[in-house]
Design a protein around this ligand. Structure first.
Ligand SMILES: [Zn+2]
Length: 475
């Protein structure tokens, strides 16, 4: 059943693909700092004593027009991007610390020519302590090509065509930033990565320099097969490598594989992983090129800190309620302090009872696809992707705000109901409030109601609020 649904999607998108016919690809801009391949081990698994957790700051720039209108993407998508990056890279102990976003109001950048890419770092908004991700309407070139993404390799800046931002293009370009090549790099050159690594090994010195990504070629469109639960390029053109060996089924789910199919939602999200060898290479890039990556690293502890602390009106906390003499009610509310944590991790929140973290009491969990918004005076957090044992205690001010500024609203009740039952809830009856009751306070109404009953008062106000109160009237 599942396969059937999948195949019908496939057919649908193939039609879309052919109808549109545009191919968006990726462009790399090589960093003038020469990187020597000798910094890499080309291992395809991490050595057991290599446990460093790398935390990289990430900052987003949303480009708008000169007047501050028409942002390339809505800002609420930024948290999804933070989540997507962490989900893609956390297996390799590479984490992204969200440092925020800003707007760049410059109409001339909405359509970003690849020739302008290097000038982005001269903008005052450019951050030298973070990966800089620019989101524009489209990335173009002088000859009219459109690009899904553009990245400096290795480097700390990338740019995205907005409609491709929340797609596999995102980890793809950040992979380039961390000095990954396309899996098919150099396939049509004399020095290609060989299909036959058993007899002609060269994966450490050719192709993408990663040995657990098979030799690949860049194929024309339409050349996709679905085999044993995975998607592959089928080499039905019998394309050969530089030794004359025919490329075999080439996986297309690697983030750094051919992105020719990014045109539609289905294919562009098809790519879903890096290999362990690519993970090792990215870690060695961060570790061994401090001139580029030293300044964007952060601490593991920083991941546990809320990125946003702000004050909101606490509508559950009524400071006062005043019956005015014109039928309206003025209600004043207190305030709460809210902590917002970055999206993309599985969090457990704890209440810290003092002493050390082991005294903490588990309160609740928030999954990686939710935005953790904490309004309780909790002071301890566990991020399961970072450590499944460590609980980090931090200074927390979340919860109700002492001595709040009162936030008052005046509203007129439109309608109301009284639900009356026995104290145990049996024999409930419901009736509408009369005009007299609508203009009275809850306490005044309760005075008039029957004793030894349970009463629930529900009032709807003209500002859309609903207030509900239940009393057990025992005398
Ligand atoms: Zn690329």
């Amino acid at each position: 059943m599942r396969l059937k649904i999948l195949l019908s999607h496939l057919i649908f998108y193939l039609i879309i693909f052919q109808a549109n016919g545009q191919i968006l690809q990726c462009k790399e801009v090589i960093n003038p700092i020469q990187i020597d391949e000798t910094i890499y081990t080309h291992h395809t698994a991490r050595t057991s004593n290599n446990n460093t957790q790398y935390v990289l700051n990430v900052f987003f720039h949303i480009v708008r027009d000169d007047n501050g209108n028409s942002p390339a993407i809505p800002d609420e998508q930024i948290q999804d991007a933070v989540a997507m990056l962490n989900i893609a890279f956390n297996d390799f102990d590479i984490f992204f610390k969200y440092m925020g976003y800003d707007y760049i109001d410059d109409s001339s950048l909405l359509s970003l020519n690849i020739n302008e890419f290097n000038t982005l770092q001269n903008l005052p908004q450019f951050r030298n302590n973070a990966l800089n991700l620019f989101i524009v309407d489209e990335v173009t070139s002088n000859n009219g090509n459109l690009y899904a993404g553009l990245a400096q390799r290795p480097g700390i800046k990338s740019a995205f065509t907005a409609s491709y931002f929340l797609s596999a293009t995102l980890p793809h370009e950040i992979g380039h930033n961390l000095n990954l090549y396309h899996t098919y790099e150099g396939w049509n050159t004399q020095n290609c990565e060989h299909v036959d690594q058993a007899n002609h090994p060269n994966c450490e010195v050719a192709g993408d320099y990663v040995c657990d990504t098979p030799a690949s070629y860049k194929v024309p469109s339409g050349d996709v097969v679905y085999l044993n639960g995975d998607f592959y390029y089928q080499n039905n053109s019998n394309t050969t490598d530089c030794l004359g060996d025919i490329y075999v089924n080439v996986p297309i789910k690697n983030f750094m594989s051919n992105n020719i199919y990014q045109l539609n939602n289905y294919y562009r999200n098809l790519r879903d992983h890096f290999t362990p060898g690519q993970g090792v290479r990215m870690r060695e890039t961060i570790e061994n090129i401090p001139s580029i990556f030293g300044s964007i690293r952060n601490t593991v502890e920083s991941l546990y800190e809320p990125f946003d602390v702000h004050i909101e009106v606490d509508y559950d906390w009524v400071l006062s309620e005043t019956q005015n003499h014109d039928g309206t009610v003025t209600t004043c509310y207190g305030e709460k302090i809210v902590h917002v944590f970055q999206k993309g991790f599985d969090y457990d929140f704890y209440k810290w009872e003092g002493g050390d973290a082991s005294n903490s009491t588990f309160e609740y969990s928030v999954g990686r696809l939710q935005l953790p918004v904490n309004e309780l005076p909790l002071q301890a957090v566990k991020i399961n992707q970072v450590s499944n044992t460590n609980i980090i205690v931090f200074e927390s001010s979340a919860g109700i705000r002492p001595n709040p500024t009162a936030h008052c609203t005046t509203a007129r009740p439109n309608s109301g109901k009284v639900i009356t039952s026995n104290l145990d809830g049996s024999n409930a009856t419901i009736r509408d409030m009369n005009n007299q009751e609508l203009q009275s306070s809850d306490d005044e109404i309760i005075q008039t109601l029957e004793s030894n009953k349970r009463h629930t008062l529900i009032k709807d106000y003209d500002n859309g609020e609903r207030k509900e109160k239940t009393v057990f009237k025992t005398n």
